[in-house]
Write a protein that binds this ligand. Sequence first.
Ligand code: MLT
Length: 407
Amino acid sequence: MIRINEHYLKLQASYLFSDIARRVAAFQTENPDKNIIKLGIGDVTRALPPACIGAFHKAVDEMADDSQFRGYGPEQGYGFLRQAIAENDFQSLGAEIAADEVFVSDGAKCDTGNIQELFAGDIRVAVPDPVYPVYVDTNVMAGRTGAANKGRYQGLVYLESTEANNYVPAPPAEAVELIYLCFPNNPTGATASRDQLQAWVAYAREHKALILFDAAYVAFIRDDTIPQSIYEIEGAKEVAIEFRSFSKNAGFTGTRCAYTVVPKDCIAYDANGSKQPIHALWNRRHTTKFNGVSYPVQRAAEAVYTKEGQAQVRELTDYYLNNASLIREYIGRLGYSFVGGENSPYIWIKTGEDSWDFFDRLLNKASVVTTPGSGFGACGQGYVRISAFNSHANVEEAMRRIEMALG
Ligand code: MLT
């Protein structure tokens, strides 16, 4: 008898964004004339930067020529891309990250979901609340939690991100071994200061813990005082892994390219308390289960770091930030309190009512899709997230409709 992994049965409902997509599809079927504007899932709408497209085309042409064709590439990514990442995203900030500490992959979602398999089944895991659901669900699947009760799984430590702490949790009083942090935050849009990140690194060092730092939204930081990488914090290399993506800066959500930095100094411990470099474990996993991102996609990603690519990515992220400031303006005028949308494409709005009720109201009255905050955790109840990823015209129209519906 083939038996299932019973931990999957603990998962609550379906994956948040699949759930929303189903509701939206049902609404569209019932209301075929409505023009729905989607400010829900953080999916980009603008074309890839011309610099990336040029490199992409050129690489495809190489693949059409026997003398330049490439088959399997290195699982960890081509040297040209790993080098460009290390130099531009880290060394330029004074963070000593080497090219061979960068693992290129097909997504930060996959990497943040997969990384937990390197660690023991009985470690204490801390997740933010609200949280990007992947961090929680993958630990549930791996059996690190008990059953769910009122939107929380037994055994997880929830780091509450609320108005009271400006949506940036401090390290807990108790000891945990694995900590998920995401800044600029998904879903709240909050950012962490240098002092706040320093406190987390100090905590991780004291407790021999590991920080999983998701920086997928780093390209939206405009305030120079906000750290872009956890490795800008002294001592972080031993206790932190960082995840980045080309999805939100250069529009690669459909093209797929991301990377994970595992410094060689970063360690975990075996049952005897001996140090084990995580780099070797992740390399073993990556080479066993992954065969690399396609060559043209890696060439397209490399082009992000050219002078033109940098300017084009800046223009793209400025465009979405401009949408975000329009959303902030309308929401502020409607009298709601909110956070985010300044160094982030997400705006987190305190609605004063049930999240799904508010979501339904906006869908039914304004034909605008948002994301209900309760889908991100208990602390998200009463909030919705609005994403700035859409055309400026659509965001303007959506906000006009929301103003009519709620004003
Ligand atoms: C979101 O809307 O939270 C993101 O698009 C999800 C993701 O990047 O996987």
